[in-house]
Write a protein that binds this ligand. Structure first.
Ligand SMILES: *[C@@H]1O[C@H](CO)[C@@H](O)[C@H](O)[C@H]1NC(C)=O
Ligand SMILES: *[C@@H]1O[C@H](CO)[C@@H](O)[C@H](O)[C@H]1NC(C)=O
Ligand SMILES: *[C@@H]1O[C@H](CO)[C@@H](O)[C@H](O)[C@H]1NC(C)=O
Ligand SMILES: *[C@@H]1O[C@H](CO)[C@@H](O)[C@H](O)[C@H]1NC(C)=O
Ligand SMILES: *[C@@H]1O[C@H](CO)[C@@H](O)[C@H](O)[C@H]1NC(C)=O
Ligand SMILES: *[C@@H]1O[C@H](CO)[C@@H](O)[C@H](O)[C@H]1NC(C)=O
Ligand SMILES: *[C@@H]1O[C@H](CO)[C@@H](O)[C@H](O)[C@H]1NC(C)=O
Ligand SMILES: *[C@@H]1O[C@H](CO)[C@@H](O)[C@H](O)[C@H]1NC(C)=O
Ligand SMILES: *[C@@H]1O[C@H](CO)[C@@H](O)[C@H](O)[C@H]1NC(C)=O
Ligand SMILES: *[C@@H]1O[C@H](CO)[C@@H](O)[C@H](O)[C@H]1NC(C)=O
Ligand SMILES: *[C@@H]1O[C@H](CO)[C@@H](O)[C@H](O)[C@H]1NC(C)=O
Length: 511
């Protein structure tokens, strides 16, 4: 009686401890898969308790239900994996609860809080279709026409682990309602060659769990704390593991997107009667009327309990990458000249570009990015700028939705030194020479003119004597001459010396 009172007292003292509980799951899961739960508790100070006095009591809301109680743990973390047998547990929302049990030194344990988490079991695989080009996952729905496009079903980790246990996996591929066949992996490659088109790519993953040989494995169901090892992860195994604790933010469970797949009640695969499904046959597109679990655009799917499907689709738009990028213009400039370059390229539109000016040399790294981009529909733009630095590097970054190009143009500014001096010298020298020649000619001309002037003066003087003659008539002159001749001759002869006649004058004497 005293002992019970003591325990009650201890309970009251101990129960003041409050824990913050984080419970996480990695759902949703496809039916038959294994889900993982992790719980972490924190004390008032936000630390994980390090005393050996906490254990966890797990249970789920499924029918039949699973439970587990952990051992006392050191560091306030625990985890739980449950596999939900596809033929026992239907799809839908489920809840898992964990109760924190704190134990005192006597060994008496009491509840110190609880937490619940909700998750979904889906009928189809969870995941998405991703596109790869040159081994890189594309960030958007644009694909380049230059490279092969690889479509890849990326399953959730839980479902991927589960599908690997299936004896056979087949994926049916459809592009625009054309059946492209089956791949045994979940990957499919295609070359889109025409630009600016939208293609709908659909993948139907089929995991066949039909056992080739019926197995007679006896399985323990639920409420055990020991791990039951089975060859196939189809039993409801309850495990006690405490993986590493990582504190993460609280998980919010949202219902998975409802699949577009419409189920049929029949177990047979659907045989299309009148569908737009086609198949390539020897290079010719033919209607496909064979049995398929699916018609394009997620119309029908069969439901075989041994088969689990996943439907994934993605619409992609094809784009031409940039090609034939050219930069034209003069990159040897004189100071004061305007740099004028023209950039042109080809490719699918929505071009984005930017131009950066750098002084000196620049080595391209390949991952240059624009801070401010300009958009254009036509890849044809010009770059105009006055530059002052002798050596400049112009970085032109052009992008479209599927490619990017970086072009470098080196622009040099040069001065024409020698030619400039030559013209400076030649012109004055030429003019000086011309001036000298002019002066020389001027002086020469002056002297020449002065001689002529003097001669003219002499003529003038001589002419002055003739001036009288002009006033005389021929008869007068004749008479004068005769008179002279007669007047002179007697004067000369009277001198009794031999008269020296000039030759011309002799003629005069004869007259
Ligand atoms: C429980 O699941 C997690 C994550 O899926 C896995 O890492 C761990 O190995 C599983 N534990 C056991 C005992 O199977
Ligand atoms: C992509 O990766 C695979 C294997 O990792 C390799 O064989 C292939 O050559 C790669 N393709 C390209 C385009 O890099
Ligand atoms: C698929 O179906 C949607 C409507 O359900 C329709 O708009 C779309 O055109 C269809 N796509 C193809 C390729 O048939
Ligand atoms: C796509 O084209 C490349 C090069 O032309 C070729 O090597 C590759 O096999 C093609 N892929 C498909 C799926 O046709
Ligand atoms: C699922 O449960 C059914 C019925 O209890 C059982 O026959 C089957 O073997 C279980 N599947 C697996 C994979 O354990
Ligand atoms: C918690 O303790 C378990 C053993 O009890 C250990 O395996 C695990 O690594 C520990 N985790 C952390 C985060 O210390
Ligand atoms: C499919 O259609 C072709 C003609 O379009 C016909 O010859 C063939 O028998 C059909 N096959 C089936 C399984 O219906
Ligand atoms: C680039 O343009 C020239 C003519 O403009 C053309 O002959 C050449 O094929 C083009 N190159 C590419 C890769 O399209
Ligand atoms: C390439 O672009 C130029 C101008 O941007 C255009 O004139 C030419 O037609 C284009 N060539 C091709 C093959 O698209
Ligand atoms: C560019 O690279 C060359 C050698 O590749 C190097 O000599 C030069 O210094 C580099 N220039 C700059 C600006 O980094
Ligand atoms: C990208 O540029 C940064 C520096 O800006 C450099 O550290 C990095 O190595 C470059 N990456 C590639 C792939 O060139």
């Amino acid at each position: 009686m005293f002992k019970i009172q003591l325990i009650c007292l201890l309970m009251i003292i101990c129960c003041s401890a409050a824990y913050e509980i984080k419970l996480e799951n990695n759902g949703p899961i496809v039916r038959g898969a294994t889900i993982h739960f992790k719980v972490t508790v924190f004390d008032d100070g936000g630390y994980q308790p390090t005393t050996n006095k906490i254990k966890f009591r797990w249970s789920d809301g499924a029918i039949p239900r699973h439970t587990k109680e952990s051992n006392l743990v050191q560091n306030g973390t625990d985890s739980w994996n449950i596999t939900y047998n596809a033929s026992v547990y239907p799809t839908g929302a489920y809840v898992v609860q964990v109760i924190i049990r704190e134990c005192n030194w006597i060994g008496f344990c009491y509840d110190a809080g609880s937490a619940r988490t909700e998750f979904y079991i889906t009928s189809n695989f969870n995941g998405k279709l991703i596109t790869d080009q040159t081994n890189k996952t594309l960030p958007n729905n644009y694909v380049s026409t230059k490279d092969e496009t690889d479509f890849l079903v990326e399953l959730k980790a839980t479902d991927r682990d589960f599908i690997h246990t299936a004896p056979s996996i087949r994926t049916y591929w459809f592009v625009d309602c054309i059946y492209y066949g089956i791949t045994t992996d979940i990957k499919f490659g295609i070359n889109f060659t025409l630009a600016d088109q939208v293609h709908l790519v659909e993948a139907l993953v089929m995991a066949d769990f039909s056992p080739p040989v019926p197995t007679t494995t006896t399985t323990t169901t639920t409420t055990t704390t020991t791990t039951t090892t089975t060859p196939k992860p189809t039993t409801t195994t309850v495990t006690t593991t405490t993986p590493k604790t990582t504190v993460t933010t609280k998980q919010t469970t949202t219902p998975p997107k409802t699949s577009k797949i419409v189920k049929r009640s029949s177990n047979d695969e659907y045989t299309p009667q009148e569908s737009n499904l086609k198949i390539w046959n020897n290079g010719i597109l033919k209607p496909y009327n064979k049995s398929l679990p699916f018609i394009c655009n997620s119309s029908y799917i069969s439901t075989d309990p041994n088969k689990i499907y996943g439907y994934f689709s993605k619409a992609v738009q094809t784009k031409d990458p940039l090609f034939n990028t050219t930069v034209t213009g003069n990159n040897w400039l004189q100071p004061g000249d305007l740099l004028s370059l023209r950039v042109q390229c080809n490719g699918s539109k929505n071009f984005k570009y930017c131009v950066e000016f750098k002084r000196g040399e620049y080595n391209i790294t390949g991952n240059e990015t624009c801070e401010v981009q300009q958009q254009t529909d036509m890849c044809d733009f010009s770059i105009k700028r006055y530059l002052s630095y002798p050596k400049n590097t112009i970085i032109i970054i052009i992008e479209n939705d599927v490619s990017k190009e970086v072009k470098l143009v080196t622009v040099n500014i040069y001065k024409v030194k020698k030619e400039g001096q030559l013209s400076v010298i030649v012109v004055p020298v030429a003019f000086s020479l011309a001036a000298v020649v002019l002066i020389v000619f001027g002086i020469a001309y002056y002297f020449q003119n002065r001689n002529r002037f003097i001669i003219e003066v002499a003529d003038f003087n001589f002419g002055h004597q003739y001036a009288d003659l002009e006033y005389k008539t021929f008869r007068e002159r004749l008479r004068d001459s005769i008179t002279n001749a007669f007047t002179r001759t007697p004067a000369s002869n009277s001198g009794s010396e031999v008269p020296v006649w000039p030759p011309g004058r002799k003629y005069g004497s004869m007259t």
